[in-house]
Design a protein around this ligand. Structure first.
Ligand code: NIG
Ligand code: FE
Length: 407
């Protein structure tokens, strides 16, 4: 058992609702607080001096400077296992080509597929771990990672095995997702439906067998998979026991409805979601995941986060870090910018990258600093937690703790 502190503020995020809007005055803030961790779990939080008198013999880890502590963050949507880069797409987009035009001409996702297929396992593992370490440095200790740049049995399994192996080299929690339905690869002989059946028949059984992922994702979009074929694919994947998540409404409206109808855990993107679908989603159990990094990467509008929250939805915010639409990878900067455009309270931003995004991954053991939760937290050298988002990511995390240990 160990007492860590004192912290000028501990923002616990305890006792907040899973869904709907939040105001900053709902935040529980412990002044001059301490955190007691035991075997990686929070035993108690409270006033530092009170905790010391309650547990007089406790080992202490003293924080010498003025710092605030927040629950560590969860990034529930990334594509950080990839080869090569797409700086050329960036140049083409800025010269007037659209994301979908670039995809149709063989750039875009397909170009990352070729680089990823050509990369060795060691190379992929190394670059994936570098990106994981960057995310940890921001205070993110739970990271979802998708396949989707392999797009055949061999290479999708290669990606998922690399992601599984990466878990041996990091204390962050990695959550793998099978995104073989990212795009029908150009070298697949057959139509979309045949490719989706190939995933169901050839890829997913092996993913299960090797325990490589228990989540399945699909990109429903004009250039990728169409609504009806996607729906039947998702229902079959669900029958096989996979949790469902969807790349929905990025450019074209309609697929967030499918996500809700199939009982997806989350519908991610939603930049193009129309008002009645926003309410349909907000009334559902499906988490709406805003990906401001993709809006910034492509110069597209932001996910209607304000409307989703006002409608009573569950809103999470994730980085979508990938080589094409969202190369930045800085979730703190992205969430801060989303807040300014969508008028989100700091409480809504914080909830969106902590317990609400952890819920999107079915991890209800983390995301708040209260008794019984995983002792993952991040500290910043400041006397006021608001500065973290006010400074749009330029205030760097001071320390990151996983299971009560500073890493
Ligand atoms: O979430 N939209 C589809 N998939 C990714 C982009 C992947 C890529 O461009 O490489 C996304 O934005
Ligand atoms: Fe994505």
């Amino acid at each position: 058992m160990k007492l860590i502190g004192p912290f000028k503020q501990i923002v616990t995020l305890a006792n907040l609702p899973l869904r709907g809007k939040l105001s900053d005055d709902q935040l529980q803030i412990i002044k001059d607080g301490g955190i007691i961790s035991e075997n990686g779990i929070i035993r108690k939080t409270g006033n530092y001096k009170d905790l010391k008198s309650e547990f007089p013999d406790i080992e202490t880890e003293t924080i010498e400077s003025v710092q605030v502590a927040l629950p560590a963050f969860t990034d529930s949507h990334t594509h950080i296992c990839f080869g090569g880069n797409r700086a050329n797409d960036f140049a083409m987009r800025n010269a007037g080509k659209t994301y979908l035009e670039i995809a149709e001409s063989g750039g875009g996702i397909w170009s990352s597929v070729q680089h990823t297929r050509n990369a060795s396992d060691e190379e992929l593992l190394k670059t994936t771990l570098e990106r994981i370490n960057f995310l940890i440095s921001l205070g993110i200790t739970t990271i979802e990672i998708k396949s989707g740049y392999g797009l055949d049995v061999e290479n999708e399994l290669k990606m998922l095995r690399v992601i599984k192996k990466a878990q041996n080299f990091t204390k962050a929690t990695l959550v793998p997702t099978c995104l073989s339905a990212h795009l029908k690869p150009r070298d697949f002989e057959g139509n979309n439906e045949e490719y989706l059946n190939y995933i169901l028949d050839e890829i997913l059984p092996k993913v299960k067998e090797e325990n490589l992922a228990n989540r399945v994702d699909i990109f429903i979009e004009k250039s990728a998979f169409q609504p009806e074929e996607s729906k039947s694919f998702l229902l079959k994947a669900k029958e096989m026991g996979f949790e469902i998540t969807v790349h929905a409404d990025q450019f074209t409206a309609g697929s967030s409805r499918i996500a809700v109808e199939v009982g997806a855990k989350s519908a991610d993107h939603l930049e193009a979601t129309v008002d009645e679908d926003i309410q349909f989603l907000a009334d559902s159990e499906t988490v709406a995941v805003a990906l401001p990094g993709a809006s910034l990467g492509l110069g597209e509008k932001f996910t209607p986060a304000r409307k989703i929250l006002d409608g009573g939805g569950i809103l999470a915010i994730a980085s979508d870090w990938n080589p094409g639409s969202a190369p930045m990878g800085n979730l703190i900067t992205q969430a801060s910018i989303l807040a300014t455009f969508e008028k989100l309270s700091t409480a809504e931003v914080l909830a969106g990258i902590t317990f609400r995004s952890a819920f999107a991954l079915n991890l209800e053991d983390r995301g708040t600093l209260e008794e019984g939760k995983k002792a993952d937290f991040v500290t910043f050298k400041t006397d006021n937690f608001q500065n973290v988002f006010y400074q749009q990511g330029s205030l760097k995390a001071e320390s990151v703790y996983i299971d009560g240990e500073k890493i």
